[in-house]
Design a protein around this ligand. Structure first.
Ligand SMILES: NC(=O)C1=CN([C@@H]2O[C@H](COP(=O)(O)OP(=O)(O)OC[C@H]3O[C@@H](n4cnc5c(N)ncnc54)[C@H](OP(=O)(O)O)[C@@H]3O)[C@@H](O)[C@H]2O)C=CC1
Ligand SMILES: CC(C)CCC[C@@H](C)[C@H]1CC=C2C3=C(CC[C@@]21C)[C@@]1(C)CC[C@H](O)C(C)(C)[C@@H]1CC3
Length: 335
């Protein structure tokens, strides 16, 4: 169990940290099912109807959450999503942490169904490819391996999600419910879907270079996220104690050396490099496998701007000083 950030009423919610176990249990159940004859590859023929059902589920779910929020106390509402315009509020989400008993709807949906669903769809595509062509292609192995690493990493470090703005700031409305339940599993698996219908030959040297790109991206992504998380938990931890910092009026400090002295969002940079590595095994003949990279760039640029606003409000002059010391946002010398 872990405690979340302090809420408006000074209380803290508790969250179970067992997402990785959920992934392992799912893998065991799927393994058992397949050995008992479950035709996993058939899942690939049901993707469109399943995506519709997931969208409908997200719609009904967010409608119920909108109604539930009508009875919630003011202290439980999110900073956005309470404009009085029902459509806008339904979309952004009114309640910050809607719960039924100890079951936290937003926390549950943020990682588990979407991320585990995504790798399950990828696996079904790999199995289907093996059935169609005798064995999975190198490109399919790479896409499955890279994305499984990403999902496993997110679930292994599940506690870190408690400090993301999705959990601490945003309400749980249609946008996030749809994003978590429908958008992530069905569009993040587009590269594997593409490979099933457009097989790509991949020579060993090219495959090795793509693995290197993914490894560099992951190294930056994990290094930056872990450095900040370690620093936020315990600034005197020997792994971060030697880093240069700026003091802020809130009592919290900002890192200005290490990963966070290179650009203001080194974790986004690593994530984008990995996104490129996931598209490269699909070749360069089609734009579809690059959809994730393009969408993700837009999402992170927008997210960075929102985070910047929040940090400016929180840290004022100290944030200006940080921006002066670390002028680039995501890509050194470019952006
Ligand atoms: N695959 C996907 O679809 C998505 C992936 N992501 C990934 O999720 C991860 C988390 O991203 P996200 O939640 O956006 O935000 P970040 O993990 O980048 O966190 C931003 C926060 O970090 C703190 N911070 C910023 N600068 C510093 C500094 N110099 N020193 C110390 N603390 C600092 C601030 O909070 P405070 O000071 O309050 O601690 C700030 O609000 C990223 O790796 C991102 O790439 C995100 C969205 C979608
Ligand atoms: C519907 C729209 C197009 C926008 C939807 C946005 C959502 C898909 C994303 C908002 C924040 C997300 C995060 C992750 C997945 C995508 C969404 C839900 C994340 C779980 C991916 C894995 C990372 O390691 C993370 C840090 C755990 C991510 C948290 C934010």
């Amino acid at each position: 169990m872990a405690e979340g950030q302090e809420l408006k009423d000074k209380s803290r919610l508790r969250y179970p940290i067992n997402g990785f176990q959920a992934l392992v249990v799912t893998a065991l159940l799927v393994g058992l099912g397949v050995s008992a004859g479950l035709p996993l590859g058939m899942l690939t023929e049901m993707l469109l109807p399943l995506a519709w059902v997931a969208t409908l589920t997200a719609f009904i779910f967010s409608l119920l959450l909108y109604l539930k929020a009508l009875m919630a106390p003011a202290s439980a509402l999110a900073p956005g999503g309470n404009s009085g315009n029902p459509l806008y509020d339904f979309f952004l989400g009114r309640e910050l942490n809607p719960r039924f008993g100890s079951f936290d709807c937003k926390y549950f949906c943020e990682l588990r169904p979407g991320l585990i669903g995504w790798v399950l769809i990828n696996l079904a595509l790999l199995v289907q490819e093996a059935e169609l062509r005798g064995s999975p292609s190198v490109a399919m192995w790479l896409v499955n391996g890279f994305q499984l690493l990403y999902v496993g990493d997110a679930l292994w470090h599940e506690e870190a999600v408690l400090t993301t703005m999705d959990i601490t700031h945003d309400g749980f409305g249609f946008m996030l419910a749809f994003g978590d339940l429908a958008w992530v599993p069905f569009t993040y698996s587009l590269q594997a879907q593409f490979l099933l219908h457009h097989p790509q030959p991949l020579e060993l040297p090219t495959a090795s270079v793509i693995c290197l790109v993914n490894a560099v991206g992951y190294y930056i992504f994990r290094g930056a996220n872990s450095q900040k998380n370690t620093f936020r938990k315990n600034p005197s931890d020997p792994r971060v104690a030697g880093l240069e910092t700026i003091s802020t009026a809130t009592g919290r400090q900002l890192l200005v050396s290490g990963w966070w002295g290179m650009v203001r969002h080194p974790n986004y940079l690593g994530d984008l490099i990995m996104a490129l590595a996931w598209s490269l095994p699909c070749g360069v003949s089609h734009l579809l496998p690059y959809f994730y990279l393009l969408y993700f760039t837009a999402l992170l640029v927008h997210r960075e701007a929102r985070d910047e606003q929040q940090c400016l409000q929180k840290y004022g002059l100290a944030w200006h000083e940080y921006c002066r010391r670390v002028p680039y946002r995501i890509v050194p010398y470019i952006y």
